[in-house]
Design a protein around this ligand. Structure first.
Ligand SMILES: [Zn+2]
Length: 85
């Protein structure tokens, strides 16, 4: 006798995967001030429509973020140089 017309049982997994998705770019720890300044500068280039437009050129905020990053990076280099002198 053939199968009595029962459908295929679909078994749900006993432990469905968690819905909590870890962000792909999650920082494992806090960034240094220089890294945060660089991140803000780099992210601005991606997010800003004016800066992405090669004909429009960088906007004023881009210049400020770049100078902030340069100043923090320069201060960090000088601090290391002073400590090693
Ligand atoms: Zn911009």
């Amino acid at each position: 006798m053939a199968n009595a017309g029962k459908g295929v049982d679909v078994h749900e997994p006993a432990n469905p995967p968690s819905r909590a998705v870890r962000p792909a770019l999650a920082a494992p720890r806090r960034l240094s001030p220089v890294q945060e300044a660089y991140e803000a500068w780099a992210r601005h280039q991606v997010d800003c429509g004016v800066c992405r437009n090669v004909d429009a050129g960088p906007c004023q905020a881009m210049g400020l973020l770049r100078r902030r990053w340069d100043a923090l990076a320069g201060a960090a280099v000088r601090r290391v140089a002073d400590e090693s002198a």
